[in-house]
Design a protein around this ligand. Structure first.
Ligand code: PDD
Length: 304
């Protein structure tokens, strides 16, 4: 019995190392992901008391790094956690990339900060305790995508709290929404509040195109201020594509010429099937294509 359990665990770890992170950073030390031991009393583990970031690296250069670090700082402050200095994170990320042999490759960096290790109590620990800073790096395919990726999606009720601008590790509503999407055989869940307002995706921002105008939920407490979203909106500006930031209703999506999806891994993608109904022509539309082309150029400029 013990033997069987051991074999299963080992092969799961091997699979993890093949497709998962290749190197980790944990409170100042670099190690193989399977060597990281984090206490069960970490408040991230027990209470989801922490924040995170996911950053795409193109040929060794973290894309929109300052914007990600600024959001990480805002998220930490919003949960009253002292942010780690941007210099410290910047230095750790460069070392992580170098040590992993990713100084000129494509990968994804994950960063998480929690309120540290303390016997379980809901309120903050009474005395200051050191936070837990964890990072890892995962190989990705060479990007950016030459064309918008095509996605299918379903709508799912947005059951989250009123602080979605915080990139909190408490992702249960997002997890359950994305699982509904997975069970429907599609890529993403488009979140819709009980009043019919479309907010964002389970792990992406959403926009729709109506007669040439890109329309998306405004920043605020109901969405994450996506870095890709903000790059895409500035590209709309540069390309002279009309833009409207306003909450949309679910029924409006049935009349959209295109539905766009923005995210660190997806970049600018197209949703071509929503709730089993074809969107527009069923292929990536002209705006998705122009924005993804411009996005790829922006990545190229950031690297040079
Ligand atoms: N998700 N909205 C939500 C709820 C998200 O979780 C994400 C990103 C986005 C897009 O933000 P950005 O463009 O900054 O990646 C929007 C990350 C990638 C994740 O959880 O893995």
């Amino acid at each position: 019995m013990t033997q069987v359990r051991y074999r299963v665990t080992l092969s799961a770890m091997d699979a993890f190392e093949e497709s998962g992170p290749v190197l980790s950073y944990y409170n100042g030390a670099f190690m193989r992901p399977r060597e990281v031991v984090i206490s069960p009393h970490d408040r991230g583990f027990q209470l989801a008391d922490g924040v995170y970031e996911v950053i795409r690296v193109y040929q060794g250069v973290p894309f929109a790094f300052d914007a990600h670090l600024a959001r990480f700082e805002r998220s930490a402050k919003a949960i009253r956690l002292s942010p780690v200095s941007r210099d410290e994170i910047g230095a750790a990320v460069s070392e992580l990339l170098n040590r992993a042999g990713f100084a000129s490759s494509d990968c994804l960096v994950y960063i998480q900060l929690t309120r540290g290790v303390f016997p379980r109590t809901h309120a903050f620990p009474p005395a200051a305790i050191p936070p837990t800073l964890y990072m890892d790096v995962t190989r990705t395919e060479r990007g950016p995508h030459p064309e918008p990726q095509l996605n299918a999606a379903v709508t799912v009720q947005d059951e989250r709290w009123e602080n979605c601008h915080i990139k909190s590790i408490a992702l249960l509503p997002n997890v359950l929404a994305r699982q509904k999407a997975a069970e429907a055989g599609v890529d993403e869940a488009v979140l819709v509040r009980p009043d019919g307002t479309v907010t964002e995706g389970a792990s992406s921002n959403i926009a729709a195109v109506f007669r040439g105008t890109v329309t998306t939920h405004p920043e605020g407490r109901r969405i994450l201020s996506g870095i890709t979203r903000s790059v895409a909106l500035s590209l709309c500006d540069e390309l002279g594509i009309p833009l409207e930031e306003r909450p949309m209703q679910r029924w409006e999506l049935d009349e959209a010429d295109e539905i766009l999806v923005f995210g660190t891994s997806t970049e600018v993608g197209a949703i071509t099937l929503l709730d089993r109904r074809q969107v527009g022509t069923g292929e990536a539309g002209p705006i998705a294509t122009r924005l993804q082309t411009a996005f790829a150029e922006r990545v190229g400029e950031a690297r040079s």
